[in-house]
Ligand binder design. Structure first.
Ligand code: GLN
Length: 308
């Protein structure tokens, strides 16, 4: 395992020069784009790491997975999918075109419009402190905190998400004010994680919502099933189809450079690589995942699954 991780990251490092950091959030734009790290957490609780796997960065859109899971737990299936769909959008993550022209609700909970709609619901159901506590449990990481600098940086450059939120409000989709909804959404995006925390979270999802260390169930089985399916179809935005063909593992990316991957029944994988492609996905991170998938036969439709 260590050899596979080393090779994938060392090769991936050559690709970090090809992408760019998320400059539309100034604090993220200032990040060093040469970072690259991977962590694999296997069923027996072993963490395998290579590169910058313990470096802290903001979770960004990967928090959409947590918010969706909590919304399903708290509000149930009907209420959650009442105002957000479950189809890939085919558009960029911050698009508002379809929402305005062809649909009355966001395509799915993994794009900004869908996640802001969910955040607006959640803001009436749970406090941010409860969300933070639960995120720590899911990631098996007590050191997750709010990154104030990134939070304020994004709140100061929020025009596009504000436009999305006003559009949602005009369609009667928001349950709280534009300000409250965005505050909740951006705070969730600004949680500081590591590739190792994402790997831990991935393992909980791979284990049907049970923390393998304590045996405690954190999420209902039906919730985990929905979340993993939506990660597979929508988690890498308008790059989800190609990624599913090449890697075949439900994943979710964030513009902080993270990728969370779930190899069902086997392992969680966390990536940190802030150099992004034009779709907002970690460029070298995707390379690492393609490598790991090929070497360890992780694709969900691989025919010969070896033991690790
Ligand atoms: N906070 C970011 C935004 O709303 C998250 C986007 C992402 O990670 N793709 O733009």
């Amino acid at each position: 395992m260590d050899k596979i991780l080393e090779k994938a990251v060392e090769e991936g490092k050559k690709m970090t020069a090809l992408g760019r950091t998320a400059t539309y959030i100034p604090e993220l734009g200032r990040m060093d784009k040469s970072y690259l790290g991977v962590c694999v957490c296997t069923g027996d609780g072993q963490y395998y790491k290579y590169g910058d796997a313990d470096e802290r960065f903001t979770i960004q859109s990967i928090s959409k997975v947590i918010s969706l899971a909590v919304a399903l737990e708290r509000c149930g299936f009907e209420r959650t999918f009442d105002r957000v769909g479950m189809e890939p959008s085919g558009d960029s993550f911050d698009s508002l075109v379809k929402l305005d022209l062809t649909s009355d609700y966001p395509s799915n909970p993994m794009i900004n419009s869908g996640a802001i709609a969910i955040a607006s619901h959640l803001a009436s159901e749970v406090s941010f402190e409860q969300m933070l506590k639960f995120t720590r449990l899911l990631c098996m990481d007590d050191e997750i905190t709010l990154n104030e600098r990134v939070y304020h940086s994004e709140m100061g450059h929020i025009s596009r998400n504000k436009a999305i939120a006003y559009l949602l409000e005009s369609k009667g989709i928001l349950e709280n004010s534009v300000e409250e909804s965005l505050k909740f959404y951006v705070r969730m995006c600004s949680l500081n994680v590591t590739a190792a925390s994402l790997a831990g979270f991935g393992l909980v999802l791979a284990s049907d919502g049970v923390d393998p260390a304590t045996g405690k169930r954190l999420l209902h089985s039906w919730v985990v099933q929905i979340v993993k399916t939506i990660m597979l179809t929508c988690g890498m935005y308008d790059g989800s189809g190609k990624f599913a063909v090449e890697v075949g593992v439900p994943s979710k990316s964030g513009v902080g450079g993270g990728i969370l991957s779930v190899v069902d029944k086997r392992m969680g994988i966390g990536i940190f690589g802030p150099s992004l492609d034009e779709k907002g996905n970690s460029i070298a991170g995707q390379h690492v995942l393609r490598e790991l998938s090929a070497k360890m036969k992780l694709h969900m439709f691989a025919d010969n699954v070896p033991e690790f």
